[in-house]
Design a protein around this ligand. Sequence first.
Ligand code: SAM
Length: 297
Amino acid sequence: MTGRNLLTDQPALYEARFPDVERLAGRWAEDCLRRHGAGPRVLDMGCGTGRDAAHLSAAGRTVTGADRSETMLAHARSHHPGPTYLQADLHGFDFGRAAHDAVLCLDSALLYCHTNAQLDGFLASCRRTLTWGGLLVAELRNGAYFLGRTDLLDRPVETAFAWEGTEYRSTTTLSVDRTAQLLRRTRVWTTDDGARPATQHSAWRLLFPQELRHFLTAHGFDVLELHDGPGPRTEPPWREGQLPGTSADADRLHLVARLRTAWTPQRSRGQTCTTNVSPACADAASSPPRPGPPPWP
Ligand SMILES: C[S@@+](CC[C@H](N)C(=O)[O-])C[C@H]1O[C@@H](n2cnc3c(N)ncnc32)[C@H](O)[C@@H]1O
């Protein structure tokens, strides 16, 4: 079997493999939203099994969880109720103008935007769905971490875990595709239940902190935080009350950016904003006024 994803095709197995018993990711996201005064309407893009969306819903927010995978969405609806779950593509989605006060994109979901056009599509969609002053909160692998880290690449790493009486063994090899600027992963799964081995190919954009800043600025966001921890997937993990760090060197990046309340075209810094230079620029400049966020909490 090739091309399918053993974990995202089986959301219950995904949650067993990546447990988050303390709902650390959801709590960290809620902490970011509160610290920056986000309004209550939250969109979790690439919501997966719905754990984080449901945590925010239980915290009193009005949450939409969106994912491309119907399998994930079906699991989310039945196991993590509260949010509204909808199918949507990160590369371009439309929930209406100013429909949300914050967009979340956790556990590297953002890195499924492989090309610049896909990243532009994601950020333009975020801009459309966010109220002025709305937040984008993301947590993702740091492309810069792989610079010089050849020990992580081109050698198989084996892991094993048991779930519901079956032992799952995986052999994972990471490689860097420099031309496409992607981290590619080949993973071969074997189980002791007689199933044939399954080979799965995945890829993530290798996105660098300064590059991410540039994309965000071009799309009308101010970067409030961009750091390598503490966060929900750092070691040691984030704990309530801990403030963001200042470096962007380690494995994970944590981003909080705010959609500017008034569009300031790039020409104010000596560049020209024309329709054929930057779709981000053109779309934002022609956006009608939108309401500010309702108060929170
Ligand atoms: C690593 S999981 C993260 C799930 C969740 N955010 C979490 O933190 O547990 C990535 C999710 O992104 C979804 N995904 C991948 N490509 C996508 C796309 N183009 N549009 C929407 N969702 C996508 C996958 O289906 C999967 O549920």
